[in-house]
Ligand binder design. Structure first.
Ligand SMILES: *[C@@H]1O[C@H](CO)[C@@H](O)[C@H](O)[C@H]1NC(C)=O
Ligand SMILES: *[C@@H]1O[C@H](CO)[C@@H](O)[C@H](O)[C@H]1NC(C)=O
Ligand SMILES: *[C@@H]1O[C@H](CO)[C@@H](O)[C@H](O)[C@H]1NC(C)=O
Ligand SMILES: *[C@@H]1O[C@H](CO)[C@@H](O)[C@H](O)[C@H]1NC(C)=O
Ligand SMILES: *[C@@H]1O[C@H](CO)[C@@H](O)[C@H](O)[C@H]1NC(C)=O
Length: 519
């Protein structure tokens, strides 16, 4: 009943969004399974999340439009999301093949063709130099966009991760508090009256479920936090390296071709050819991730707004239906009600009476002012009840009752004024503590079980984190696209420019004139 992994969903989503390699994608987080008893009552209405956004052509399904909506268990969803990046992958392939062939033919020509001095066009030379400078500047701008974008993207993913981890840790903390309360309540017996056995069994059961849930949530949070932080840092490092290397290649290529180091230029061209292909592929992957991230944000929002519909998110989240959650809440209210009722009964019919003339259970020489009763937060039908004047708040009781404790003889008989023996005081304030804790944590537990807690978390993520996540992942792929296109065109121009230079050398007549022009 209490498998509290809902938060791990978002960790999982972050992971799928951030971890690039398919290997990590499939093993980064163990699939979150739903236990048998967690089944959401299959409601008749099944809702498609982010339907409009996810309507994309699906290459795995004959390029028909994909209509299943956001569903991370569906491979057609991922194939259609990555189809948006098809142009980038296409450019990468065409570039790799076409430029490879031209490099090969240039190489062949270099060694085999007879070098024929032929005319050199001053316009072509000037144009190629102008474009070369232009593309180098574009590459520099692209690197700056990429570098800034990855910094901001890293910050916003880290912020989101921290938020989710904080939520998970708060949950573990609260669950441990609940466990403490349950442990205290089991040992509780108010004087001769103690909790009925059936209730103790119930408490045992709940206790086991909560401690299992708290342990696994704690473990998974720690593990996933570490893994995801590691993944985020690797992505950051990779992007910084891409930005730095591309910047270096662009500048070096520019300088080398200006100063005419042809051999070095050709080595750089071969290097750049592979780098540009890789950057285009990386750009395509980031575009896909950007899309999935945007879809996820929309899906989370739609899920929050439609609490009763059955969606793909319910397949992953271990929410239980509202009715079961309310039944558990009712049970915890029942315990609260009975505890307070028992304590009040003892106050009224034992502590606050004039001791009967014969000694025994009811006579322990109690005397002095009457002990105030507890305010029961619930009516007998477990609806909320307003306190009456003079009733004690559950959380204050332990403090107030201290004034009514008497000193006792060895036989537990009051020797001073007072109506509570220290033993009675301990048990009664313990009972008040437990009731106070249960009435505080009961609704919290119900909220965890029916996922209203996750809904709140998703709302916060959607409002506070999604805008930045989508914005900066866009910066990253735009930066990558700029860098790869600019360096790609620069590569072509290095080759053209080198050719122009060579022709210029052979065109002896023009040589002197152009040298005057360009120096
Ligand atoms: C999500 O995809 C899985 C796998 O194809 C499928 O079994 C499931 O029904 C889908 N969920 C929804 C809500 O469409
Ligand atoms: C869940 O049940 C409670 C009590 O039955 C009700 O007050 C609440 O509105 C329900 N929530 C939803 C979303 O149905
Ligand atoms: C009973 O309590 C009174 C004080 O209220 C005290 O004076 C008296 O000694 C106590 N009697 C016994 C038998 O302890
Ligand atoms: C009751 O709770 C308070 C704090 O909430 C704690 O200091 C106190 O020791 C508890 N008393 C008992 C009897 O458990
Ligand atoms: C979940 O339970 C809480 C506490 O009882 C209630 O306030 C909330 O409306 C429930 N939400 C849903 C979606 O059932």
């Amino acid at each position: 009943m209490f498998s509290l992994k809902p938060l791990l969903l978002f960790l999982f989503l972050l992971l799928t969004v951030v971890e690039v390699t398919p290997h990590q994608l499939s093993t980064g987080v163990r699939p979150i399974e739903r236990s048998v008893y967690e089944t959401v009552e299959s409601s008749s209405s099944s809702m498609i999340l982010a339907e409009k956004r996810t309507r994309r052509k699906d290459p795995l399904d004959g390029f028909k439009y994909y209509n299943g909506g956001w569903n991370i268990s569906e491979r057609h969803y991922f194939s259609s999301a990555s189809y948006t990046a098809a142009p980038l992958f296409g450019i990468a392939a065409v570039w790799f093949v076409a430029f490879g062939i031209s490099l090969l033919s240039i190489g062949c020509c270099y060694f085999c063709c007879r070098r024929t001095p032929y005319g050199y066009s001053r316009t072509a030379y000037a144009l190629s130099l102008a474009f070369l400078s232009l593309f180098t500047i574009a590459a520099i701008i692209g690197c700056v966009v990429l570098y800034t974008g990855q910094g901001k993207f890293h910050n916003s993913t880290t912020d989101t991760l921290d938020f989710v981890v904080r939520q998970a840790k708060d949950t573990v903390y609260n669950l441990n508090n609940v466990l403490d309360i349950l442990a205290a309540s089991k040992s509780l017996g108010v004087d001769q009256v103690s909790l009925p056995q059936s209730m103790k069994d119930n408490i045992d059961r709940v206790d086991q479920m909560i401690s299992k849930a708290a342990r696994s949530l704690d473990f998974e949070t720690r593990k996933n936090e570490k893994d995801i932080k590691h993944g985020l840092n690797s992505v950051r490092l990779a992007l910084i390296i891409v930005a730095a290397v591309m910047l270096l290649v662009a500048l070096l290529g520019f300088l080398l071709s200006i100063f005419g180091f042809q051999g070095l230029v050709y080595i750089l061209v071969v290097l750049g050819w592979i780098l540009v292909t890789a950057t285009f592929i990386l750009c395509g992957i980031f575009l896909t991730l950007h899309n999935v991230m945007g879809d996820t944000c929309v899906a989370m929002d739609e899920w929050v707004q439609n609490p009763t519909a059955h969606t793909a998110l319910d397949d992953i989240l271990p929410c239980i239906d509202n009715a079961t959650a309310q039944a558990t809440l009712f049970e915890s209210k029942d315990v609260t009600f009975q505890l307070v009722d028992t304590v009040n009964m003892i106050i009224k019919s034992v502590a606050n009476i004039d001791p009967p003339p014969f000694p025994g259970f009811l006579n322990y020489n109690q005397s002095g002012p009457l002990v105030p009763t507890l305010c029961n937060p619930l009516n007998a039908d477990k609806t909320d009840r307003k306190c009456e004047a003079g009733e004690l708040d559950l959380s204050d009781a332990a403090q107030v009752w201290k004034a009514y404790v008497c000193e006792v003889s060895a036989k537990d008989i009051c020797t001073t004024v007072g109506r509570l023996t220290p033993k009675m005081y301990d048990q009664m304030s313990g009972a008040a503590n437990v009731s106070s804790g249960l009435s505080h944590y009961g609704p919290y537990l119900a909220g965890l079980m029916n996922c209203s807690f996750v809904r709140v978390t998703f709302t916060r993520i959607h409002e506070d984190h999604c805008p930045e996540l989508t914005k900066y992942s866009r910066w990253v792929y735009i930066g990558l696209a700029m860098v790869s296109i600019a360096v790609m065109l620069s590569l072509v121009l290095w080759v053209l420019y080198a050719r122009e230079r060579r022709h210029r050398k052979y065109t002896k007549l023009a040589f002197a004139a152009s040298e005057r022009d360009w120096k």
